[in-house]
Design a protein around this ligand. Structure first.
Ligand code: FAD
Ligand code: FES
Length: 259
């Protein structure tokens, strides 16, 4: 499991500007919220959450931002990559009416969780928040599985004008929500946590990863929690005690980077 399996890219699909989904053959079970380490030969190995789950084929959805994601973006059908994992814990759906809040690229990893909730006939309201409407993706996929989808854009070009966390606050005041699941910018998730005093809350964290198997300590948050092993999904009561949540992350050299 900790050695990359070499696999072939089956499809490479542009979802929005600079955002792609690639799928690859990778048999085995994976939980929504878990991640793979994706090795791009000659470039780097990076963590990526699963965004598509079938028995034999898995997918990841990513934004082109640096060397590794640029290289991955330009690989086409038939190219080889290395995959190890899945790693981490995954979401644990609880309750009957679930609220999912995804911000930016964070939307991608929430979608399999919504699809599995809908398969169990759980009422699912999903807020997808982006800066502007050209960055929207997976809206149709979410509607197809029977979720209620609400869009927020920072510039008001589509749906609610403002942050996804502000729209979520409205929904939490109006509806009987049993649990909240989120992935996106940490300041957004922190605001959301403060709106969920008694409502169960689960959020996905991203930290710089090296080993991804709990050895190197690179991804630690709070009092020694390893995001790769104890997370990447953490519940609200744990996050309330993590002083770096929504405040800073660390780069590859361990330096603090404020959000
Ligand atoms: C558990 C987890 C799941 C993730 N899932 C997704 C996803 O589904 N889609 C997506 O687009 N991105 C995801 N990311 C972020 C993704 O791993 C980084 O964007 C990617 O590593 C950037 O690499 P780069 O060489 O293109 O960019 P760089 O120029 O190297 O870095 C750009 C940014 O990515 C961060 N980064 C770089 N390497 C790593 C690393 N090894 N671990 C963590 N962060 C890194 C840097 O701190 C920097 O902020 C995830 C990260 C984690 C930890
Ligand atoms: S990445 Fe090494 S302990 Fe998490």
């Amino acid at each position: 499991m900790n050695i990359p399996t070499i696999t072939t890219i089956l499809t490479s699909t542009t979802e929005a500007t600079d955002l792609k989904t690639i799928t690859f053959r990778y048999p085995g079970s994976v939980l929504p919220g878990q991640f793979f380490m994706i090795w791009i030969p000659g470039v780097d190995e990076i963590p990526m959450s699963v965004s598509e789950i079938t028995k034999d084929v898995k997918g990841i959805t990513f934004r082109k931002i640096g060397d590794a994601t640029h290289a991955l973006y330009h690989l086409s059908q038939g190219s080889k990559i290395g995959v190890r994992g899945p790693y981490g814990n995954g979401f644990k759906p609880t309750g009957k009416h679930l609220l999912f809040v995804g911000g930016g690229t964070g939307i991608a990893m929430l979608v399999p969780a919504v699809e599995q909730a809908r398969k169990k006939k759980l009422q699912s309201t999903v807020i997808i928040g982006v800066k502007t409407k050209n960055e929207l993706f997976f809206e149709d996929r979410l509607r197809r599985c029977g979720a209620t989808v609400l869009v927020s854009t920072d510039d008001g070009s589509k749906g609610y004008k403002g942050f996804a966390s502000d729209l979520a606050k409205d929904i939490l005041n109006k509806e009987n929500i049993d649990a909240v699941f989120t992935c996106g910018p940490e300041p957004m998730m922190k605001t959301l946590l403060s709106c969920c005093r008694t409502i169960p809350f689960q959020a996905a964290l991203e930290r710089y990863m090296k080993c991804s198997i709990g050895i190197c300590g690179q991804c630690c948050v709070g009092n020694g929690l390893r995001v790769c092993l104890d997370g990447p999904i953490f519940d609200g009561s744990t996050l309330k005690k993590v002083e770096d949540f929504g405040v800073y992350k660390r780069d590859a050299a361990g330096r603090k980077i404020l959000f």
